[in-house]
Write a protein of this length. Structure first.
Length: 149
């Protein structure tokens, strides 16, 4: 889902405009462009991403005076992926995400595994996924092995 916040800055030649909104899942990217005619797509669009909360913003500068029309196109990930990030400080910060393939559309028995995640205390796991079709998380488990300390 892609949303664009209302633009409060009028479009004038050479005056930058802040354009922002949200996109979910946050792993998706989007193309943003501006044009002076609502029936004509922009000649050039800029690809941007969002932060972990799905918030995005961009500053674009029109080269005309008058109405400004914002064009946005949501770009889903080409591969269906599951992303896992690990925090070792109770979720304050996360390590780089690890990616795994979710499986083909219609493959209802796909199992995703992440191995060699290390050890620690106060560990938090953040699991995200992105697909072009409807999915549901049916269950998850963690296989923990005690270590000698």
């Amino acid at each position: 889902m892609l949303t664009i916040n209302p633009i409060t800055t009028p479009g004038y030649t050479g005056v930058p405009m802040e354009i922002s909104g949200t996109i979910w899942p946050a792993t998706h990217r989007l193309n943003i462009g501006i044009t002076e005619n609502e029936n004509t797509a922009p000649a050039m669009m800029t690809q941007i991403g969002a932060n972990d909360a799905g918030l995005w913003s961009i500053t674009l500068t029109p080269n005309w005076t008058g109405p400004v029309f914002v064009w946005a196109q949501e770009l889903a990930l080409t591969d269906d992926k599951v992303l896992l990030a690990v925090s070792r400080d109770r979720g304050y910060s996360f390590e780089d995400e690890r990616a795994a393939t979710l499986g083909a559309p219609g493959q209802r028995t796909a199992v995703v595994q992440f191995r060699r995640l290390g050890m620690g205390r106060d560990v938090v796991f953040r699991l995200r996924w992105s697909t072009a079709y409807r999915t549901a998380l049916q269950g998850a488990f963690i296989d923990v092995e005690p270590c000698q300390s």
